[in-house]
Design a protein around this ligand. Structure first.
Ligand SMILES: NC(=O)C1=CN([C@@H]2O[C@H](COP(=O)(O)OP(=O)(O)OC[C@H]3O[C@@H](n4cnc5c(N)ncnc54)[C@H](O)[C@@H]3O)[C@@H](O)[C@H]2O)C=CC1
Ligand SMILES: O=C(O)[C@@H]1CCC=N1
Length: 270
């Protein structure tokens, strides 16, 4: 694939996506990443990816651009474009920015095609989820090209734009919920005398295994839960504690709250 692929912002998500793209066979020197702070660029340089401190270099030279700055920073990038009288022409603009709508992207990049996406950090290890929704001007070929680029990141799923915030609240934010669960499970193990490293590994393997069981069997999580839960056994005692602590309600609340916050964040960019 011969493209100049740019990243504006070289933080966690940019790195995870860039690593997925490299796994897909794109050559490192065809990627250019901009970030104001040099130390963030070192790990890209270590992979032979080109770097710059100047966003305009990315915007002016790349034909596929991933926008990977924080939502609150995006207006600064727009201002920089205005200051340089930069007019995007016929580029493919792919945003990973939470809450940033295709309508806003289209207003900022009127002569380009835009795709709103929502990846997650496990793209770094090719086990991510990558949600996407093309803007009005994005063509089927643009979507094909996006999928070619990101297919090594993990599962790529098209989602109607009005559902992206909710999808993000599960898969985009979800790694943080799962890491919190791993950490807490490990604390429980440590409290009961397990070595910390072993307790974390048991928790991690169990989360991965449970997810894989659903994906490979197609069985409902409730059915899989019941298969673990012996009458009068130990798991039901643990599940009772989780219910008393509001485990399920907490997860439902987490997804609702993250969805609401994402919709609020669209206002940063009004
Ligand atoms: N971290 C995650 O799990 C996910 C993040 N996202 C989205 O990815 C975007 C980036 O988030 P992260 O990578 O987590 O944040 P981050 O803080 O790791 O990366 C942002 C990068 O932008 C750089 N930056 C600051 N000002 C800049 C400017 N004016 N121009 C260019 N770069 C600038 C920062 O130095 C930093 O390296 C956000 O919009 C977020 O909503 C989406 C999905 C998941
Ligand atoms: O917390 C955030 O705002 C970003 C978006 C989804 C995951 N991390």
């Amino acid at each position: 694939m011969e493209h100049n692929i740019g990243f504006v912002g070289g933080g966690e998500m940019a790195y995870a996506v860039a690593m997925g793209i490299l796994k897909g066979g794109v050559k490192a020197p065809s990627i250019l990443v901009s970030n104001p702070s040099a130390e963030k660029l070192v790990r890209f340089q270590n992979k032979e990816i080109k770097t710059t401190s100047n966003n305009m270099e990315v915007l002016q030279t790349c034909n596929i651009i991933f926008l990977c700055v924080k939502p609150q920073i995006f207006p600064n990038v727009v201002k920089e474009m205005d200051d340089h009288e930069f007019k995007s022409q016929d580029q493919l603009i792919i945003s990973v920015i939470a809450g940033l709508t295709n309508a806003k992207l289209e207003a900022v990049f009127p002569n380009s095609r835009v795709i709103r996406t929502m990846p997650n950090t496990p793209c770094l290890v090719q086990s991510g989820v990558f949600l996407y929704c093309g803007g009005k001007s994005a063509t089927e070929d643009d979507i094909k090209l996006l999928l070619q680029l990101i297919s090594s990141c993990g599962e790529c799923l098209s989602l109607a734009e009005h559902l992206i915030d909710a999808g993000q609240a599960i898969s985009g934010c979800g790694p943080a919920y799962m890491f919190t669960a791993m950490d807490a499970l490990a604390d429980g193990g440590v409290k009961m005398g397990l070595p910390r490293a072993l307790a974390i590994k048991l928790a991690a393997k169990t989360l991965v295994g449970a997810g894989k069981m659903h994906l490979e069997t197609g069985l409902h999580p409730g059915v899989l839960k019941d298969a673990v839960t012996s009458p009068g056994g130990v798991t039901i005692c643990a599940l009772h504690e989780l219910d008393k602590a509001g485990f399920r309600a907490a997860l439902i609340g987490a997804v609702c709250s993250a969805t609401t916050r994402s919709k609020e964040m669209a206002n940063f960019n009004k």
